[in-house]
Design a protein around this ligand. Structure first.
Ligand SMILES: Nc1ncnc2c1ncn2[C@@H]1O[C@H](COP(=O)(O)OP(=O)(O)O)[C@@H](O)[C@H]1O
Ligand SMILES: Cc1ncsc1CCOP(=O)(O)O
Ligand SMILES: [Mg+2]
Length: 281
């Protein structure tokens, strides 16, 4: 079922506008190319509306936000809204500083965000201030596990309703929800948290999948789940290639290669997820 979403990206080759951080920008461009999409990074207020207008989707990542890029995000987001383009928000480090938390909240309040993709501590910090991030990483105390999974289903459903977005929480178990349904995804590998950028790359990948799904009139929720499974499976494949002297630099390259070589069949075969419908309860 999810493989068709990768095919959709290959067939439509969506162009994605990214206003993102300067730490992981090159990895974000490369993972978009790896999945068959195209990246353009542009963050000056004088051009963001024109760039958004030639693209199919937009990623807003606040990882190294500043007052110029915050204004650019609002301008680009409003243009994307006018053109009915999907917008993915990555609230990097929300909870780590008031500027990050307030900016992410402002973007959610002012723009019709399609997907908020963050780690569990970032999303909790934004929902009710109930967590502290470990910098840009999740706080171990917030971890989603089999015991608290239903609490997180209910949490993401409520948040999806309140914000009118898809909520996509990443981690060892990913939880992705709209107001009606939720996916729990169990692909991935612990090494993914030992490189910088696995979350940022996942956000741009998500933008590519939802942009393609919108164009082909497919489910945006399933498109997000397909992007998450793609990333998780790529992490598993990359980990299986690690040699004795390999470290996080090799892992990052193997991860990109795994996305580049991913097929719809591989995605369908290796995806590990549980789908829950709230209308059942
Ligand atoms: N311990 C883990 N086991 C399996 N997958 C993981 C683990 N930690 C992170 N991931 C995966 O890494 C990717 C990035 O997630 P995460 O580390 O939560 O984002 P961020 O880098 O924004 O904090 C996701 O695909 C997630 O599923
Ligand atoms: C380390 C760091 N500092 C600001 S942005 C950034 C990258 C965060 O990337 P990710 O959330 O994908 O690990
Ligand atoms: Mg992140």
């Amino acid at each position: 079922m999810l493989g068709q979403y990768l095919e959709g990206v290959h067939e439509t080759a969506p162009l994605i506008h990214n206003i993102t951080n300067y730490v992981t920008v090159n990895d974000c461009a490369n993972i978009l190319l790896a999945c068959g999409a195209s990246p353009i990074m542009a963050d000056d207020q004088a051009e963001v509306e024109a760039i958004t207008a030639i693209c199919g989707g937009l990623t807003l990542n606040i990882g190294t936000l500043n007052s110029n890029t915050i204004a650019s995000m609002i301008l680009a987001g409003k243009k994307a809204a006018q053109l009915d383009h999907p917008i993915v928000l990555d609230p990097v480090g929300a909870g780590a500083s008031p500027l990050r938390t307030q900016t992410a909240a402002e973007l959610i309040g002012k723009l019709p965000i399609t997907v908020v993709r963050g780690n569990v501590s970032e999303i909790k910090a934004l929902s009710d201030g109930s967590s502290l991030t470990h910098g840009v990483d999740a706080n171990a105390a917030d971890k989603v596990n089999d015991d608290n999974l239903w609490e997180y289903f209910s949490f993401t459903k409520k948040l999806a309703e309140a914000w009118g977005t898809i909520i996509a929480i990443s981690g060892e178990i990913d939880v992705i929800a709209n107001k009606d349904k939720a996916f729990a995804i169990k692909n991935g590998h612990p090494l993914m948290s030992r490189i910088t950028g696995s979350g940022c790359m996942l956000s741009v990948l998500t933008a590519a999948y939802v942009t393609a799904a919108k164009k082909t009139q497919n489910s945006l929720l399933e498109a997000v789940a397909a992007a998450f499974c793609t990333m998780g499976i790529a992490g598993e494949v990359a980990a299986s290639r690690m040699g004795e002297m390999d470290g996080n630099a090799s892992f990052r390259n193997y991860l990109l290669d795994a996305v580049f070589n991913m097929t719809a069949e591989e995605l369908d075969t290796k995806a590990k997820y549980e789908l829950v419908s709230y209308t059942d309860d």
